[in-house]
Ligand binder design. Structure first.
Ligand code: DMJ
Length: 596
């Protein structure tokens, strides 16, 4: 605390002075907390902090390791500013930017998805101008859009827009009923809009004859509809709960959580294959449809939310959600038993698919989307603390150790999916060479990769959409194992994005073929490039005490929500205090965790 108030920083302009800070806090819950428990003395500063980690003005380069990562983190922030500047210039208020055509496009229903998805990344990076621009657009336009727009997808709107609003509410000081940055609107504005949006989205649950929601909502008349084939994706119906739970916590209205949690309670009762589930489910019957099992598209975040929703409640609050932990653990055993294999000749560990169920043939196909799994496995194993601490305190079960090992093996495979191509960027889908499966002459084009014969990339799968899953897992694995190789891998991936996807006039673009030099560009900047990819890279290169993984849980679109756990209050006091964003996030975390 003392360190924060006296630390001189060129970007602390939004931080209150000592006197302002004291007076604001005398009536806040945060203030009450401090009166109860006096702050510790300032922690010792690391080399990163001593040179001012929060300064984004390039000074003389320092030779130590800390300064290398500070420089790299600054490069990621510059990339974010470049991405935003293209969006702002050509597409402000549209869902996405087409950076080559220099126009905006509404592929997600027209709620300005990039603005909302990018906002908390800007907050975390202390990109204050962007926080103001995005915040003021949201305050001025988003409510009208919500009441006037047509059909939106329940899942996409929940993870990107509702999730983005809620994390912005939290990171801007919402629970403290104050705005510590003075950038953008008051936090309550984000919460009010989130509630109005969620009230309409709730129709997807309440219109369905079963606990499984319909996939789409028409916002202007609050009606909900099933997808044309009548089915919902399993991952979509099970990837709403972090957001609706958190909204219930901060709004005090249980209805959001109740509807969303009915889905998971219902899924608990359905038959599974060693914990694994088909990728479609019918909102009409409430039953799974078909036998296709995979952890890629339509399956992925079912597994992610099982463990994250359990973690969200805090381990001391979660006894009634133990079933989620059990479902997760059974599913991961199923993954290890039925889906994990090794490629030949070089033995990359991968997760394949069972398109015809457990009795049908195995497909050695792995979507890039599956690369969320290493991060989720590592998080589930240590619950967000470091591996070293978990081992020292004897906290890891046999299952945790198996999952952690698999996490590290899969993270390597995901990284090799990038480095096997001539651009250094991953294809959307890879196949792996096994005894039963081989297709020649379909490699990634990087002749120096030792995995050129292990990874097969079909022509139709060679595109790259700027997806986050691999850097997400590298970030989580770095935090948990503290192995610097994950940072180095992340840097290589970032450099490839810079080299091949950056558009000079502003923004970044998806690619058609990562195996060709130069790659043909696709003309689309997905919202998750700002919401997830650049956020995870920034956090990977930064101080591990920013948004600690035992105190925050990231939704599927990388929007962090605080974990509810009274026992961790102590830990909030020992964050290294080196900047605006850290202090902002620390105060927000304290308020919810220690006064809930
Ligand atoms: C994001 O919208 C989310 O991460 C989602 O869960 C899966 N796909 C994209 C990013 O690839």
């Amino acid at each position: 605390m003392y360190a924060m108030l006296t630390h001189k920083s060129p970007i602390q302009s939004g931080i209150r002075t000592t006197e302002e800070y004291k007076s604001v806090n005398t009536s806040s819950r945060f203030g009450r907390f401090w009166r109860r428990k006096p702050p510790r003395l300032p922690p010792r500063l690391t080399p990163d902090e001593k040179v001012g980690n929060n300064s984004f003005n390039r000074g003389p380069k320092l030779t130590n390791v800390g300064s290398k990562w500070m420089d790299r983190q600054r490069d990621v922030k510059e990339a974010f500013i470049h991405a935003w500047s293209g969006y702002k210039k050509y597409a402000m208020g549209y869902d996405e930017l087409q950076p080559l055509s220099k126009i905006g496009t509404d592929g997600l229903g027209g709620l300005g998805a990039t603005v909302v998805d990018a906002l908390d990344t800007a907050m975390i990076m202390s990109a204050d101008d962007i926080v103001s621009e995005a915040g003021s657009w949201i305050e001025t336009h988003l409510l009208d859009r919500i009441s006037q727009k047509g059909q939106v997808n329940l899942f996409e709107t929940t993870i990107r827009v509702l999730g983005g609003l809620l994390s912005a509410y939290h990171l801007s000081g919402g629970e403290q009923e104050m705005n510590p940055t003075a950038k953008g609107p008051r936090p309550i504005v984000y919460l009010d809009i989130a509630k109005k949006l969620a009230d309409r989205l709730l129709t997807a649950f309440t219109s369905s004859p079963t606990p499984i929601p319909f996939s789409d909502v028409v916002l202007r008349d609050s009606t909900a509809h099933p997808a044309p084939d009548g089915l919902s994706s399993t991952s979509e119906v099970s990837t709403l709960q972090l957001e609706f739970n958190y909204l219930s916590t901060v709004s005090g209205d249980p209805k959001y959580s109740m509807e969303a949690m009915k889905v998971l309670e219902h899924l608990k009762t359905l038959p599974k294959v060693e914990g694994l589930v088909p990728i479609y489910i019918s909102p009409h019957s409430g039953e799974f449809n078909g036998e296709n099992i995979r952890l890629g598209s339509r399956g992925d975040s079912y597994y992610e939310y099982l463990i994250k929703v359990w973690l969200q409640q805090g381990t001391t609050h979660s006894s009634n959600l133990t079933y989620l932990h059990d479902m997760y653990e059974e599913a991961m055993k199923g993954v290890r038993h039925l889906l994990v294999r090794k490629s030949i000749p070089s033995g990359l560990v991968f997760v394949g698919e069972l398109p015809y169920g457990s009795t049908g043939s195995y497909s050695p196909k792995m979507d890039h989307l599956v690369c969320f799994l290493p991060g989720t496995l590592a998080l589930g194993a240590t619950k967000g603390i470091t591996k070293e601490k978990a081992m020292k305190d004897n906290l890891l079960t046999f299952e945790d150790l198996e999952n952690l090992k698999l996490a590290e093996d899969l993270a390597k495979t995901c990284f090799e999916m990038y480095s096997v191509t001539s651009t250094g960027l991953s294809p959307e889908i890879a196949y792996f060479h096994t005894q039963e499966y081989y297709e020649g002459s379909l490699d990634g084009g990087n002749k120096s990769s030792e995995y050129l014969n292990d990874i097969i990339i079909k022509h139709a799968d060679r595109h790259n959409l700027l997806r986050p899953e691999t850097v997400e897992s590298l970030f989580v694995l770095y935090r948990i194992t503290e192995d610097p190789k994950y940072r180095e891998w992340g840097w290589q991936i970032f450099e490839a994005f810079e080299k091949y996807t950056k558009v000079d006039s502003g923004g970044y673009t998806s690619l058609d073929d990562v195996t060709m030099l130069p790659p043909h560009r696709r003309d689309k900047m997905e919202t998750f490039f700002l919401g997830e990819t650049l956020k995870y890279l920034y956090l990977l290169f930064g101080d591990s005490s920013v948004i600690p993984l035992d105190q925050f849980v990231f939704n599927s679109e990388a929007h962090p929500f605080p974990i509810r756990d009274l026992t961790s209050c102590r830990d909030h006091l020992v964050y290294p205090l080196h900047g605006h964003a850290v202090e902002l996030i620390r105060r927000a975390a304290v308020s919810v965790s220690c006064t809930a």
